[in-house]
Design a protein around this ligand. Structure first.
Ligand code: ARG
Length: 603
């Protein structure tokens, strides 16, 4: 990127090795952190090891050092490089400090929102997320899922993968039928006004229905008979749905739409735009054909004739001695499919209809075994992409007052949390910034309110459980979204004060003055951004980007407090610093965007 020199040197190394038949391993450059100067380093151990493997009698460490020294002599001292070192098998290149700093800043100001974007990788990735069950409402656990998936999608897309965003709501199952049952029997014809009220109402119905259908302690005979009668009605409703009964199907579609309208509104608020919508109900039929195929291939056993089900003993089929995937039912004796069966059909659609090379599932960690089973069956079935299925799990979200539970009425809906966050930010902004227009204030509230919620989720390692605390998330200090957004606002305010000249018009201002440690720290972090994007995308870990954004913001805040920009010693220093401020602002915005967070100009 800004290491043009490295590319030229790489060419020289390649040419040298080709000519002298040195089996060069891939050159991996690692930045050398600032210690009086910046540098980059690569090792020749793998190359020496390649020689040893090919039968040459060499001692790897000695030979690595020998290669490093020869190459050092070969390349001399290229322009932009202050010195070259060969140490312990490594080739270290040191940059002229002022040049390196200027190159980093210039690259950012030129590439703007593309700064850090990777080269096209020629592979298509599908990220599946935002797949709550319908006839239920969107709680903060679903929010963690949605924001994690969106951040991951943005990361893989930015790093160069062709990216498809997919949703897969569970729209059928006993839970859904339970809601239809109570609606049909007790609430028919009712419909609350307001898309969120309506969506949330379905959840209330679900909770109420579950109470009616669950065995109570000390149940009387009469109560028991009533409950059993309800349950029979529910079963009958499910049977009718399965049969395709028109009345039941319409009732189901109509109420399903209530949930989907609510879900889509929330996704819109979060700036999440799906490319594909899959539904469990749609893969139900196709999955039955897959069961037949798996039986014919001898992968699944049909035990229906003996009164059993269609099963796959994954462990046995994979030749595993220890139990790992267990035995799985694919089709019940009554011919109905299971969640697992449908996932096989869904995977096939992803691979065959969408030509997906890698398939990422952002799903609650509690479904880990389920997904591993699905991937294992795909492998047994011989689906080549089975190796490229990846489950990105995430932990439970609880509240300071305890775990969420729909049945206990302790469910925190995302909509309520978001409204409260926006309300609090609006209040704070009235105090801090009384002169904002209504429109501006609404924008700030949305940016900061949602940003704080998103960051609270992304800054915790996805696999860990988290306690969501609004007071902490909305704090302007510490490890929070607003703290990072505030760095962006401060950079914007410096640039705004610099009237008369536009930063774009400043010439490449050389950093050939004694830089403070604050400037050095900032430049170093800025230079690492493209590698961070790559790392976070390759490891499927948005938290890497969340941590980076925080580190960059914190370096910027320190710089802001300690270094004068507009009142710098000379105009040349001022210009260089202004460009550094502009580059920091841009990189903060790019990093935030990858977290699904907007970067406000004021707050
Ligand atoms: N709808 C499911 C749930 O809420 C999550 C779907 C996960 N994706 C999948 N392909 N199984 O639990």
């Amino acid at each position: 990127m800004f290491n043009q020199e490295t590319i030229e040197i790489e060419d020289k190394i390649l040419a040298y090795c080709a000519k002298n038949e040195v089996p060069l391993a891939e050159l991996k450059w690692q930045p050398i952190p600032f210690n009086g100067e910046w540098g980059t380093s690569t090792s020749f151990f793998q190359t020496a090891a390649n020689e040893a493997k090919s039968g040459k009698k060499v001692k790897v460490p000695l030979r690595a050092q020998e290669i490093a020294e020869t190459i050092k002599d070969e390349i001399g001292t290229p322009t932009g490089i202050s010195r070259v070192e060969a140490v312990k098998g490594y080739l270290n290149l040191y940059f002229v400090t002022a040049d390196f700093a200027e190159r980093v800043v210039a690259a950012i100001l030129q590439e703007k929102s593309d700064f850090g974007r990777g080269k096209p990788k020629g592979e298509r990735v599908m990220v599946e997320y935002a797949q709550p069950n319908t006839h239920h409402s969107f709680h903060i656990g679903h929010f963690r899922n949605a924001i994690l998936g969106e951040s991951l999608a943005r990361l893989v897309e930015f790093s160069g993968f062709e990216t498809i965003r997919a949703a897969y709501p569970g729209d059928i199952g006993l839970g859904v039928i339970t809601v239809l049952w109570i609606y049909e029997n007790f609430y028919k014809g009712q419909e609350p006004e307001g898309i969120h009220e309506r969506g949330q109402w379905l959840l209330k119905l679900y909770v109420e229905a579950t109470k009616l259908l669950t065995k109570k302690e000390n149940e009387t005979d009469e109560e028991q008979a009533q409950r059993e009668a309800y349950d029979a009605e529910r079963r009958e409703l499910y049977r009718k749905w399965d049969e395709g009964d028109e009345y039941v199907r319409n009732l189901w579609l109509e109420t399903r739409e209530w949930s989907l309208v609510e879900l889509k509104d929330i996704l819109e608020t979060l700036d999440i735009h799906m490319d594909a919508w899959f539904f469990e109900s749609e893969v139900d039929q196709p999955s039955k054909a897959i069961v037949d195929e798996l039986i014919a291939l001898g992968i699944a056993e049909d035990e229906r004739p003996e009164g059993g089900a269609v099963i796959v003993n994954i462990d046995e089929k994979l030749g595993l001695k220890k139990e790992k995937y267990r035995t799985n039912v694919l089709l019940r004796n009554d011919g109905t499919t299971l969640y697992l069966t449908k996932d096989l059909a869904l995977a096939k659609v992803k691979f065959e209809d969408y030509g997906v090379d890698r398939s990422i599932y952002v799903v609650d960690v509690r479904q880990s075994l389920h997904l591993q089973q699905a991937f294992a069956i795909l492998r047994l079935w011989g689906v080549p992409q089975a190796e490229k299925c990846y489950h990105l799990g995430y932990g439970f979200v609880s509240l300071p007052e305890g775990a969420m539970s729909a049945r206990a009425g302790r469910l925190v809906l995302f909509k309520d949390v978001a409204d409260e966050a926006l309300r609090r930010v609006t209040e704070a902004s009235k105090e801090k910034n009384p002169n904002l227009s209504e429109k501006e204030r609404a924008e700030v509230a949305k940016s900061v309110g949602l940003g704080s919620l998103a960051y609270a989720m992304l800054s915790v390692d996805n696999s860990r459980d988290t306690v969501f605390d609004m007071d902490v998330a909305l704090s302007f200090e510490g490890h929070t979204g607003p703290y990072i957004q505030n760095a962006h606002v401060r950079a914007a305010s410096i640039l705004k004060k610099f009237e008369g000249l536009k930063v774009e018009k400043l010439n490449d201002a050389p950093f050939n003055f004694e830089m403070t440690p604050h400037e050095i720290a900032l430049i170093e972090l800025l230079s690492r951004f493209p590698a961070k994007v790559e790392e976070a995308a390759n490891e499927y870990r948005p938290m890497i980007m969340a941590t980076y954004a925080y580190d960059l913001a914190s370096a910027f805040h320190s710089f802001y407090h300690a270094v004068s920009v507009l009142k710098a010693e000379t105009d040349a220093i001022r210009d260089a610093r202004l460009r550094l401020v502009a580059a920091s602002k841009q990189t903060l915005a790019n990093a935030l965007a990858l977290l699904g967070i907007t970067a406000p100009e004021v707050m």
